[in-house]
Design a protein around this ligand. Sequence first.
Ligand code: NAD
Length: 341
Amino acid sequence: MRKWKVVVSDYIENDLDWEVEQFAKMDNVAFEHYQLKQAPKADLIAKIKDADIIVVNMATFDAEVIGALEKGVLLIRHGIGYDNVDVAACTANKIRFAYQPDYCGTEVAETAVALIMACVRKLFASLEVLKDASANQIWNFAPMGEVHRMFGQTLGLIGAGRIGGRVYRMLRNFGMKIMVCDPYLDERQKGALGIGEVYDLPTVLKEADIISLHTPLNSETRHLIDEPQLRMMKKSAILINTSRGGVVNTEALAKALREGWIAGAGIDVYEKEPPPPDMPLFSAPHVTLSAHIGWMSVEAGWDIRYKIMDDIQACVAGNPPKNTVNKEIDGVLGGKVYREL
Ligand SMILES: NC(=O)c1ccc[n+]([C@@H]2O[C@H](COP(=O)([O-])OP(=O)(O)OC[C@H]3O[C@@H](n4cnc5c(N)ncnc54)[C@H](O)[C@@H]3O)[C@@H](O)[C@H]2O)c1
């Protein structure tokens, strides 16, 4: 009987006791798990190089790490975004690369909506007003500045895939006009959401009151929002980012907030994670920051564990995972599901 070695390079769960228990019931699987998120590359390679199936959360799987896999047939990303994995290197090394696109879309959309509301309603800024009123026993709302109702405002969605599409559904009942910018929008998704016109980025940046980012991070979208784009936005506009930190130039955003080119921002994701203490948004005004919690919920946490276990069990049985990223691998492998060992 073929013995499979499954290795987790790094994980976000408190423990992997459930996985240990499941694999213990399978006598053809040996399971190891590590926390090598920021480990030196040599240490990462040493622990994964003889694995058949690897599960990665945040560790960097560049061409060198992927090239070091001696037996690897399947790499699984624990999550939706996969900018920490060199997809072309997986294909070049005949490794199937899978991801989990369907476990926390609702949670991320809820986080985007929460950030939009926190910014529009100035929820956190109002704490200072409350403390001041309590100390002086008189309300003074002047420091709140202008607050506007969301009803009637224009929401610009940059990316209307799984998560952007959910935000669209959630907010269309708020009486907002919604403008979508997504040059690659799937026709079925367009029809399902009832989106008529799709706009280009400058038009949405110029016209929207709230811009919410929902694109993947890739070479095209890195710093999609930089100085020129921030300068195109209305002075009263707010920017929400729950996608990937690298989609926005952090320095440019901090400058835009300090100099009043835009009115506010709600940010869940950072160019470097966790962000360093001198990350400029910590000292910028009018910004609501959360700790990359878009994905987080008890329900999503279990969903992704079950889905990854399903993919591993499918592989051990010779079947494909639910969602392959490098679909061209089918051609590279000549129709086989996994490369011969
Ligand atoms: N904050 C979190 O915790 C968290 C959790 C999961 C996912 N995410 C991130 O959310 C983002 C969206 O995920 P998703 O599942 O909706 O992805 P998706 O692939 O379903 O949708 C992405 C959409 O962006 C569009 N797009 C691509 N390039 C574009 C461009 N240049 N301009 C405009 N649109 C463009 C695509 O056509 C697609 O419709 C990803 O960056 C992902 O990493 C964040």
